[in-house]
Write a protein that binds this ligand. Structure first.
Ligand code: PLP
Length: 377
C-alpha cells in the first residue's frame, strides 16, 4: 500500500535530539529552538518568530493577542481544519463563515464586505494547500473596516505572495509542524509577528503570563506574573527534530516539488479532456508543494475513485467536512450568504500521496492507477 503521508525525516534528527538531551536543556527555548527562530526570521522577514506546541496553539495565541472578546465576530472560511475556528471560539467569538473561490479553494475576497457587521473584529484567512489567498484585496478590506488579519499559514511554510512570505502579510501568522506538514517536529507550530509591536505581549502569553523573556534579556530584575497566558513553548527535543529539517529546507521543497510537478504534468491531458480538475496556482503565488489534489465530478465519482485507488494499493484521502455543517460549526457560527462552492468543492476533492522522498516508482504507480480509473490505460 502506498501511504498517503510519511512524516519527514532528513537524517540528523536523532543526533540533534540526543544533543538536546546532552545539553541538559530539554525544556523550551533552548539552543535548537533559538536556531529555528533565527532561521524563520531570516527566511520570512518576520520581526519575530516563536515556536509553539502546535499550529492550533499558534492560532490560540493570535486570538488572545488580537484581544478577541465574547460576542465579537470573526470571518473565516468553512472549508478548513477546525483549529482555525477553535482558537476564536475559545475567546467567545461568533464565527461567520465566508464562501471559498472555486479555483484556489481560499476564502472569496469579494464576499468579505457583505459579511462584515459592526461586531466584526477579525478575518482569519487560510492559505489552502500552501497557495496564498488574494492578500492585497483582503488587506484593503481589513484596513477599510479596521479588522485584524490572522493568517492560518499552517500549510504554507515556504510559500509566498508577490515575493513576501505567507504568515508575514497580516497581523499574525501561524505555522504548523504537525507530522503531516512539509516540515515537522511531531507536534508543533510557530507564531510569526510581522512587526515588534506585539513582541512583549506575545512572549508573556507564551510563557504562562510571565515576563520571563524580558528577565532573561536583563530588562527587568525579577520575573513575575503580569497577564493571562499559557504554556505554548515546545521542548527543545522537538525543536531539535525540526532543526534537522530546516537545514535541508530547500532540499525538502525541491523533492516535494518534483512529485507535485510530475503529478501535474501527468494529469494535464485528463484535465484538458474535462475528466477532472487540477490545482490552480495564481501567478503572484509561489507555493511549497504541500498538497496535490484532484477534483472529480461529484461525491459519487469521488467515492468510487477512492475505493478504486485503495483496491490498487494507493491511499488517497479527502477533507474537510465544511465547518458550518458540522455539529460545532452549527453551534458556534453561521454561513454568510449562499454556500455556492464550499460544500460542492469539498465533496469533489481528493488528495494524492505526497511526502518527502515519495519513491518515483510509487508516484508512477499512483499516476497509472488514476489513468486506469478513467480507462485511459
Ligand atoms: C494542520 C493545520 C492546523 C493545525 O495545526 P496543528 O499543528 O495540527 O495544531 C490548522 N489549520 C490548518 C489549515 C491546518 O492544515
Amino acid at each position: 500500500m502506498i501511504d498517503f503521508n510519511i512524516p519527514p525525516f532528513t537524517g540528523n534528527e536523532l543526533q540533534y535530539m540526543a544533543d538536546a538531551v546532552h545539553n541538559r536543556k530539554i525544556c523550551g527555548d533552548g539552543p535548537f529552538t533559538k536556531k529555528c527562530h533565527a532561521f524563520f526570521e531570516k527566511q520570512t522577514g518576520a520581526a519575530a518568530v516563536y515556536l509553539t506546541t502546535s499550529g492550533t496553539s499558534a492560532l490560540e495565541m493570535a486570538a488572545i493577542l488580537s484581544d478577541i472578546k465574547p460576542g465579537d465576530e470573526v470571518l473565516l472560511p468553512s472549508f478548513t481544519f477546525c483549529s482555525t475556528a477553535d482558537a476564536f471560539v475559545a475567546r467567545g467569538a461568533r464565527l461567520v463563515f465566508v464562501d471559498i473561490r472555486p479555483d484556489t479553494l481560499n476564502i472569496d475576497e469579494t464576499k468579505l464586505e457583505d459579511a462584515i457587521t459592526e461586531r466584526t473584529r477579525a478575518i482569519a484567512v487560510v492559505h489552502y494547500a500552501g497557495v496564498s489567498c488574494a492578500m492585497d484585496e483582503i488587506l484593503t478590506v481589513a484596513r477599510k473596516h479596521h479588522l485584524i488579519v490572522i493568517e492560518d499559514a499552517a500549510q504554507a511554510v515556504g510559500s509566498s505572495y508577490k515575493g513576501k512570505a505567507l504568515g508575514t502579510l497580516g497581523d499574525f501568522g501561524c505555522y504548523s509542524f504537525h507530522e503531516t506538514k512539509n516540515y515537522s517536529m511531531g507536534e508543533g507550530g510557530a507564531l510569526l509577528l510581522p512587526t515588534l509591536d506585539k513582541r512583549d505581549e506575545a512572549e508573556i502569553c507564551r510563557e504562562k503570563g510571565t515576563d520571563r523573556s524580558r528577565f532573561f534579556r536583563g530588562q527587568v530584575d525579577k520575573y513575575t506574573w503580569v497577564d493571562y497566558g499559557s504554556s505554548y513553548l515546545p521542548s527543545d527535543i522537538n525543536a531539535a527534530y525540526l532543526w534537522a529539517q530546516l537545514e535541508m529546507f530547500e532540499e525538502v521543497r525541491a523533492d516535494r516539488m518534483a512529485s507535485w510537478n510530475a503529478y501535474d504534468e501527468a494529469f494535464r491531458p485528463l484535465a484538458r479532456e474535462g475528466l477532472l480538475e487540477l490545482p490552480v496556482i495564481p501567478p503572484e503565488c509561489l507555493h511549497n508543494a504541500h498538497m496535490y489534489y484532484l477534483k472529480l465530478r461529484d461525491l459519487k465519482e469521488r467515492s468510487a475513485f477512492i475505493s478504486f485507488l485503495k483496491e490498487h494499493g494507493v491511499m488517497a484521502v479527502f477533507h474537510y467536512i465544511p465547518l458550518h455543517s458540522s455539529p460545532a460549526g452549527l453551534k458556534f457560527g453561521s454561513f454568510s450568504g449562499e454556500d455556492v462552492y464550499t460544500t460542492k468543492e469539498s465533496e469533489r476533492l481528493v488528495r494524492l500521496p505526497l511526502y518527502y522522498r515519495l519513491p518515483e516508482e510509487d508516484r508512477e504507480h499512483v499516476i497509472n492507477t488514476v489513468k486506469s480509473f478513467f480507462r485511459l490505460i
